[in-house]
Design a protein around this ligand. Structure first.
Ligand SMILES: CCCCCCCC/C=C\CCCCCCCCCCCC(=O)SCCNC(=O)CCNC(=O)[C@H](O)C(C)(C)COP(=O)(O)OP(=O)(O)OC[C@H]1O[C@@H](n2cnc3c(N)ncnc32)[C@H](O)[C@@H]1OP(=O)(O)O
Ligand SMILES: Cc1cc2nc3c(=O)[nH]c(=O)nc-3n(C[C@H](O)[C@H](O)[C@H](O)COP(=O)(O)OP(=O)(O)OC[C@H]3O[C@@H](n4cnc5c(N)ncnc54)[C@H](O)[C@@H]3O)c2cc1C
Length: 664
């Protein structure tokens, strides 16, 4: 059987309505139709083709990205695309570029931290791309510790200006995307100083380059920070270095929604909390969770299709060998990743809802759920990006040797994706933020303050400390209440144990530092509970389409029970379940793998990815892997000549030498 036939055969086995699942995956019929249209538009435009990207040198690669970004903008204007459509189009162009930072951070920072007047002035320019913006927060010496940033913004009352200055080498801005070669402006984070007094870190709109000839403004030194991990990959982005030598900007270019500086240099606080200065990060972390499901789904789609095409061993009487997807070990590695892609999709949807809710509340001066929004975005960003980066690498291994070829698409996907564990907050630093939030919540339980939202379960802590898991058969693990209670009890018990250990320290900060590794584990347990509970919530919705809900149930339990298996130490050591119940969970997991198996190809088809977007010979929709791999190999520049360059200089003399030695 050819690869092409394998996948057709697999698709015939499907037990659910794939078109209905495509809508569930996209979030709505509207989102499906829109993203489908934009994906096809990009795939059919020769200007957006991706072939050979990994073989380009840095300069060529970068220019190619500029060309694509300019072409995308031209198409957006020509077709009068809405903001939503334009976002999808840029997504399917699938090449990190300065536009990500312009639309993803510069514009949101002005929207979130700018006053009405500032928004009226700057947003129209940014929307028309008459200025291009970057987000310049991180410095050579400090990234995680935002309060440790060294760039200064000193108010000069004589001229009504701020003087932006880089006092040390370590205060050089370092990393901001789009900054190196493209941005004309940036939101620069700097320590505010007025009348000799410091007022913490704030954002300032600073022009970096001339709008006429793109030369840096005098006093500004700016460039690219150099090559990053992998071929192609994130090297399409001009992450930059920037220093200021006493650059003057008008007073009204400080983003003043949180704090105003008057003409006299007096600081006047508004009624919004200081943390709103970090608001852009909350917004971006939320989008990163949605991106995680997309990147994970890409890797899983490639590995699943290829696993159905690939055959090894098991041939009897000259019959066909076994499809590697039928090996239980392959299933136990692959199907939890498939389930995770769906799980992250739904938690991403929920997080988007939470973010919208918080934004509306902020507008009504209700800041009560800001800590919850911070903890959820930080924790879920950390959980989903760590899992996705690991999963892409696992998918590469699941594809055996061919997974290591760039033609599989997996090496570049990994190289592009893996910095997500670092940017927008190092994943461990973010989990420590969640831990602080959890410890604070536990410490307030005695005061009668009822936890709400994702920590509401901690309000039932006494019950959760005592409850016994009610599982007697493997089927009992298919009850939502049973699964939920096990995850709630594990998280609650871990939180309480950590809080008790913390209370033994005289100085809570010393305790927090000493116990930080344990605290991070509690944060992970809490975040996994959120993902499981949002997946379970999704199952309660009225989901149309034959067999769709059934598949989602299977995926949900695979996600939860695989975590239970992987983190068994937590569940057993906290006494949430018994070894016997753990073994029953494992039995159930195996049964679920068998149920998912006939639907695996259809479940990845439901992602609705074009071959252009997947960029993988192994993941092709038609399964025509081998002829295309063979074809692809011949495109390598090494195969331009039969005898390689360097033969006469190096190989020939070496062979001659051996020959002479042999004759001696
Ligand atoms: C096959 C082919 C493949 C190729 C195809 C390519 C496809 C592309 C696919 C994927 C690529 C996607 C590309 C996407 C592009 C994304 C661009 C990436 C951009 C990255 C940009 C950045 O990184 S910007 C810089 C981000 N920096 C950080 O995140 C810094 C991290 N540090 C912090 O956030 C904070 O400083 C801290 C959280 C660590 C705080 O520390 P500290 O204790 O010092 O805080 P404070 O004293 O300041 O405040 C404490 C107080 O505030 C609360 N708090 C903290 N943060 C927040 C917040 N954000 N919101 C609300 N509240 C907050 C905190 O809880 C404390 O509260 P208390 O009540 O006092 O306890
Ligand atoms: C591809 C990419 C794009 C980026 N784009 C931008 C951008 O557009 N704009 C921008 O401003 N920045 C950008 N950044 C910077 C990014 O936000 C920072 O690198 C990130 O926040 C991590 O900070 P750091 O580099 O200072 O890491 P560090 O904090 O130095 O981390 C080093 C190690 O120390 C550990 N660590 C640090 N603090 C603690 C602690 N308190 N407790 C325990 N462990 C700790 C970390 O876990 C990590 O293992 C980008 C980075 C990358 C890689």
């Amino acid at each position: 059987m050819k690869g092409v036939d394998h996948l057709a055969h697999e698709r015939n086995k499907t037990e659910f309505d794939v078109d209905a699942m495509k809508i569930v995956w996209a979030g709505s019929r509207h989102a499906f139709e829109l993203s489908d249209r934009m994906a096809r538009l990009v795939a059919s435009d020769p200007a957006f083709q991706k072939d050979g990207r990994i073989r380009l040198g840095r300069k060529e690669l970068f220019k190619n990205t500029l060309r694509k970004a300019a072409h995308a903008w031209k198409r957006i204007l020509e077709l009068h695309l809405t903001e939503e459509e334009a976002g999808w189009l840029r997504n399917f162009v699938d090449e990190p570029s300065f536009t990500d930072l312009h639309w993803g951070m510069f514009v949101p920072a002005i929207k979130g931290q700018g006053t009405d007047e500032q928004q009226q002035k700057w947003l129209p320019l940014a929307y028309k791309m008459q200025i291009i913006g970057s987000y310049a927060q991180t410095e050579l010496g400090h990234g995680s510790n935002v309060q440790g940033l060294e760039t200064t913004a000193t108010f000069d009352p004589e001229t009504d200006e701020f003087v932006i200055h880089s006092p040390t080498l370590t205060s050089s801005k370092w990393w901001p995307g789009g900054l190196g070669k493209v941005s004309t402006h940036a939101i620069v984070y700097a320590r505010l100083i007025t009348n000799g007094q410091e007022h913490g870190v704030h954002g300032f709109i600073v022009q970096l380059r001339s709008l006429d000839d793109h030369m840096p403004i005098p006093g500004i030194t700016i460039g690219d920070i150099g090559m990053k991990f992998g071929n192609g990959a994130y090297n399409t982005m001009d992450n930059g270095v920037l220093t200021f030598d006493h650059i003057r900007i008008p007073r009204n270019q400080m983003l003043m929604r949180v704090l105003q500086v008057t003409r006299e240099g007096k600081c006047v606080k508004s009624n919004v909390p200081r943390q709103l200065i970090y608001g852009t990060m909350v917004f971006v972390r939320q989008t990163i969770v949605a991106d995680a499901s997309t990147a994970l789904a890409r890797a899983v789609c490639i590995a699943t299709r290829y696993s159905a095409v690939r055959r090894q061993f098991g041939s009897q009487d000259g019959g066909m060998e076994t499809q590697v997807i039928d090996y239980k070990t392959q299933q136990s590695r692959l199907f939890p990743l498939l389930a995770s892609a769906y799980a992250f999709r739904f938690v991403g949807e929920w997080l988007k809802w939470l973010y919208t809710d918080v934004t509306q509340r902020l507008q009504a001066n209700d800041f009560s759920i800001l800590p919850e929004a911070h903890a959820c975005t930080a924790g879920l960003k950390s959980l989903t990006t760590t899992a996705t980066a690991d999963a892409i690498e696992e998918c590469r291994k699941l594809c055996g040797g061919h997974g290591y070829l760039c033609a599989s698409g997996l090496p570049e996907l990994f190289a592009v994706y893996v910095p997500a564990c670092t940017y927008e907050g190092d994943n461990v630093v973010l989990l420590l933020q969640v831990a602080r939030f959890l410890m604070k919540t536990v410490s307030q339980l005695g005061s009668g303050k009822k936890p709400v939202g994702t920590t509401a379960y901690l309000g039932r802590v006494q019950d959760l400390l005592q409850c016994c898991c009610d599982v007697q058969t493997a089927e009992d693990w298919l009850k939502p209440s049973v699964v939920l209670e096990a995850f709630e009890a594990r998280s609650a018990r871990m939180c309480v144990a950590r809080a008790q250990n913390l209370s033994k320290f005289e100085n809570p900060e010393d305790g927090f530092a000493e116990l930080s590794a344990d605290l991070v584990e509690a944060s992970v347990a809490h975040c996994q509970l959120i993902v499981v509970s949002k997946f379970i919530d999704k199952l309660q919705q009225d989901i149309p389409g034959k067999g769709v809900n059934r598949q989602l149930q299977n995926l949900c339990y695979i996600y939860a029970l695989n975590l239970l298996h992987k983190y068994l130490g937590d569940f057993l050591s906290t006494g949430c379940i018994t070894p016997k119940q753990a073994s029953l969970a494992n039995d159930q997991l195996r049964s679920l793998y068998s149920q998912i198996r006939p639907n695996a190809i259809a479940l990845v088809d439901a992602f609705n990815y074009t071959d252009h977007y997947l960029g993988s010979v192994l993941g092709r929709y038609d399964g025509n892997v081998y002829p295309k791999l063979y074809e692809e190999a011949w495109k390598d520049p090494l195969n331009d000549s039969v005898v390689p360059d360097g033969y006469h200089e190096y190989i020939h003399p070496m062979l001659k030498q051996q020959l002479r030695n042999a004759r001696l």
